[in-house]
Design a protein around this ligand. Structure first.
Ligand SMILES: [Zn+2]
Ligand SMILES: [Zn+2]
Ligand SMILES: [Zn+2]
Length: 139
């Protein structure tokens, strides 16, 4: 008889333990995440030939459960920020002048355009002046 009572007590103890564990699990899945900032990232996406869309994204992590979530907290539209331009190898002789083409790339979104530089005097006839290190004239 004594042995049987001991088994019943152990079974009861396990049952109580299970009850004690359950509410904790329920709390973890039902709590309201309390986020702290983990990382802030600015991204830029080309929109058209003149503008791009800038998005500020905050990556948040919950202090309680470690869940991460990203929030787009701000966006704005700006004109591209083109660098000085790089000679792209395309050039052309017209009459007594020569001109070269440049590729300009937005330093933020990567959108690029090609445009002709200002023409300059050139002798032509096989003596064209084209320099690889040409930079666009100031505008
Ligand atoms: Zn959480
Ligand atoms: Zn851009
Ligand atoms: Zn030329």
């Amino acid at each position: 008889m004594g042995k049987r009572i001991l088994i019943k007590r152990i079974t009861t103890a396990i049952f109580v333990l299970a009850l004690a564990v359950l509410p904790t699990g329920a709390f973890l899945s039902a709590h309201t995440h309390s986020y702290v900032l983990s990382n802030a990232v600015e991204s830029y996406y080309a929109r058209d030939a003149t503008t791009h869309r800038g998005v500020l994204t905050h990556y948040m992590v919950c202090k309680t459960c470690g869940h991460t979530e990203k929030f787009e907290i701000a966006e704005r539209y700006d004109t591209h920020k083109f660098g000085g331009g790089v000679y792209n190898g395309v050039n052309q002789h017209i009459g007594t002048q020569h001109r070269v083409q440049y590729k300009k790339t937005c330093t933020l979104c990567g959108f690029s355009v090609t445009e002709w530089g200002d023409p300059y005097p050139c002798p032509g006839n096989g003596n064209c002046i084209v320099v690889n290190s040409m930079t666009p004239a100031e505008r």
